[in-house]
Design a protein around this ligand. Sequence first.
Ligand SMILES: *Cc1c(COP(=O)(O)O)cnc(C)c1O
Length: 357
Amino acid sequence: MQTNHLHPALIIDLKKIEENTRLLTNACKPHGIAVAAVTKVFCGIPQVAQAMIAGGADMLADSRISNLKKLKDLGVPRMLLRLPMPGRAHEVVEHADISLNSELTTLAALSAAAEALGTVHKVIIMTDLGDLREGVWHEELIPFMRLAVQYPGIHIIGIGTNLTCYGGVIPDETNLGRLIHLAHEIEHQFGIHCEIISGGNSSSLHLVFQNRIPKGINNIRLGESIVLGLETAYGERIPGTHRDCFTLALEVIELKNKPSAPVGNIGMDAFGQKPVFTDKGIRLRGILAAGRQDLNLGGIIPRDPALTIIGGSSDHLIIDFTESANTYQVGSIVHFDLTYGGLLAAATSPYITKYLV
Ligand SMILES: *Cc1c(COP(=O)(O)O)cnc(C)c1O
């Protein structure tokens, strides 16, 4: 790894992103499933999206219009994941080839915007199969469709669902089977061709790997599984994927032997909490130059397993180095893996320099 970086740094390995994407697209292909690679967690950095396309992604998907804008001219369709704001319908039609929808008001706005722009906007209607985040409740989908088909600027290209996001509902043959059944019913009743049946996110992958994914699902939207090599129904590592596409690198700015319990009368810490300490005697303590304003301190995991995070404030991260066999000094770089929440915060933080390797 290069050492001339400015820290704190987020180092992104494009080859590993490509390889993770390839492993997952190859797993989906035999089932007739296309992959929409989700770029939101890294704020739509075009080179990272490009690596996903090189790895076989069929489309790119993001929650934010501002990220989709960065992803034009990469040669694949762009999908808007978060339900559009009616007030920004114009931008949605301009920058997304496909959007996910669940409200007639929004479809009307998108239709009007598309007509004004002299185009037709493609939509996937989201169905809530029980997870209670977005989507038309599955029992209300058919009456909803009856009204949704009336907008001249809108082309409904299919239906989709999102699971394991709010309610923690795990995709299975029953809920995804219901999605396919609904697609057939819509095709039959309204003469719509469901060219896309989008069967969820990284939490649907276990069904693919176990050959249990219901036939008819022909699209999934994958974020975390590509970027972290994790499936999200059970939180397991996906064999053969890289866990370390992203590395957080922080620099040591102080390293000293100090007592493990503060000396003096204890009041409140910088965040108004009364801290509690266990006295472990004198420890080798280091300060790294990053804090809560830079990072989500709960979402970072030292690669050196002997390091323990003992605390942090707005600008400082305090680490216990005592147990490590490695030698650290002021100016040393400490590497971390990231959880999804940790990666989200690090990628979004203006204080962290991003490096593509
Ligand atoms: C973020 C998001 C995804 C990707 O989810 P992962 O668990 O990261 O694979 C898929 N669909 C929608 C609608 C999303 O918002």
